[in-house]
Design a protein around this ligand. Structure first.
Ligand SMILES: Cc1cc2nc3c(=O)[nH]c(=O)nc-3n(C[C@H](O)[C@H](O)[C@H](O)COP(=O)(O)OP(=O)(O)OC[C@H]3O[C@@H](n4cnc5c(N)ncnc54)[C@H](O)[C@@H]3O)c2cc1C
Length: 466
């Protein structure tokens, strides 16, 4: 087949949240843009990450509620023999994914972005070759944006295949296993472990460190650990995974003393992290500076090569969709000649466990490490009316602020539905709010948000409802 050659100003490799947002914004600004995607538009986030996981979390929660009502409920609701058809659940989840990825395709088209379907191979910092269904296409560009994302990190002692799956397969189950072992107590392992538990599996989580969600503040993770225990999820902390047993029906784990136990399993989910997708598509030949496995970027997402940019997971932690999108939007504006820098006051992070965890800005320990003299105060949901009406009084909101001028530098919360507080938290940080600003804002009653105001009031020494 003969080769086609195309030229463009901006070439985006990868159609995940980083790449597609960059392409849309570039299109809006009139920058000729080609986006190459080897799999499906929307990337990890829309197809096998954020969205499908939250869809399954919702389905599992609804099913659990129905089972709870079947056991008799203080609310006076009764339900007889609830059941779940997992094939329909997965089809419903796929429907949501389809709507969103179709929306991305429509937005790219509307903004004049050309999408080339196929895997790109880099020839140099200005040229890529793509194997498309119609034959090879060579694309030459002025600006190259690397947005190829990340992939699940394998565990050499328990390689993927058969009953050993990554989050990708776990998000499209054909059936629910009787016994699931989750390796990794980070947010992906716990979100999916909770889903499978609520759908009826016996779930055991193995984590090498001595607590779950090791990257989060310990205080915040306690209500999550307590809820997992109440749900019947076994936590095996401080354990190393050695491999599968000879029969392939149990995971061998070792504790700090060297003692070995076997955890029976008919499915094993490996969720030990994700690694930037930097291998196997010619990127190595560019010899870009690295930061560990990830591409090193500056505060404009420039790599070490002129006019080669990198955003999202390929540029390392925090591997979050909203960070990739914000970087993508900025790079498009820089390519269009605007002046921008990536210096957010915070990049919020949410863990959609039950209860949820949300953090934005500095924790008390972060503030101390940064040499700031801070005060912090927590307000419990047990003293919040809305939390009581939602039957979820576990958890709290915590604020961290500078002692001298009361500038708010961080927020943390744990509790049902607290993910939605991320907007208020990040806005207050971005706008430089003080404790007095938050305490003096009238928060609607009855809402979980009142706990935000009360945390600020408490830090000022005069909480009203505690
Ligand atoms: C189970 C799970 C749950 C998650 N939940 C959340 C969440 O709740 N909130 C959150 O913020 N983040 C979440 N994430 C993380 C989030 O999905 C990623 O941070 C985000 O998708 C990164 O965006 P990206 O654009 O950098 O890369 P990706 O979304 O990985 O997209 C990269 C794209 O590039 C394509 N590509 C790669 N190489 C090539 C090539 N050579 N040629 C052509 N195309 C190529 C890939 O096919 C892919 O579509 C979750 C991840 C997982 C796995």
């Amino acid at each position: 087949m003969s080769q086609t050659t195309k030229t463009t100003t901006l070439l985006v490799i990868g159609g995940g949240p980083g790449g597609y947002v960059a392409a849309i914004r570039a299109g809006q600004l009139g920058v000729p843009t080609i986006l190459v995607e080897g799999e499906r538009l929307g990337g990890t986030c829309l197809n096998i990450g954020c969205i499908p996981s939250k869809a399954l979390i919702h389905a599992a929660e609804e099913y659990e509620k129905a089972r709870h009502y079947a056991d008799g409920s203080a609310l006076g609701i009764s339900v007889t023999s609830p059941s779940i058809d997992i094939a329909r659940t997965v089809a419903w989840k796929d429907g949501i994914v389809g709507k969103l990825t179709g929306g991305v395709a429509a937005l790219l088209k509307k903004n004049g972005v050309e999408v080339v379907q196929g895997w790109a191979r880099l020839l140099d910092g200005k040229t890529a070759e793509v194997e498309t269904a119609a034959g090879p296409v060579r694309i030459q560009c002025e600006h190259l944006l690397l947005a190829a994302g990340s992939e699940p990190t394998p565990l050499p002692s328990v390689p993927f295949g058969g009953m050993v799956v990554s989050s990708t397969e776990a998000l499209s189950p054909a059936d629910i296993p009787k016994k699931l072992v989750v390796v990794g107590g980070g947010y992906i392992g716990l979100e999916l472990g909770t889903v499978y538990r609520k759908l009826g599996a016996e779930v055991a989580v193995v984590e090498a460190q001595d607590r779950i969600l090791p990257t989060y503040d310990a205080e915040l993770t306690k209500p999550v650990a307590a809820a997992l225990a109440k749900m019947g999820v076994e936590l095996h902390l401080g354990r190393k995974v050695l491999g599968l047993n000879g029969k392939g029906n149990a995971v061998r784990v070792q504790d700090a003393s060297g003692a070995e136990t076997q955890l029976p399993a008919d499915r094993v989910l490996i969720a030990v992290g994700r690694r930037p997708r930097t291998q196997g598509w010619g990127l190595e030949s560019l010899q870009l500076d690295r930061h560990g496995n990830a591409l090193r970027i500056d505060d404009q997402c420039r790599t070490s090569m002129r006019d080669v940019w990198a955003i999202g997971d390929i540029a390392g932690e925090p591997m979050l969709a909203h960070r990739a999108m914000a970087q993508g939007e900025m790079v498009a504006e820089l390519v269009a000649g605007k002046r921008r820098h990536f210096t957010p006051a915070s990049i919020p992070a949410v863990c959609f466990t039950d209860p949820e965890v949300v953090v934005s800005g500095l924790s008390p320990a972060d503030a101390e490490r940064a040499g700031l003299d801070c005060l912090s105060a927590s307000f419990p949901f047990a003293a919040n009316g809305r939390a009581m009406t939602l039957e979820s009084t576990d958890g709290f909101v915590r604020v961290v602020a500078r002692r001298d001028n009361h500038l708010v530098v961080g927020w943390q919360a744990v509790g049902r539905g607290v993910s939605e507080l991320a907007a208020a938290f990040s806005q207050s940080l971005e706008m430089g709010a003080t404790l007095e600003d938050v305490a003096g804002t009238i928060h609607a009653h009855p809402t979980l948000g009142e706990a935000v105001q009360e945390a600020a009031l408490k830090a000022l020494g005069h909480a009203l409802h505690i």
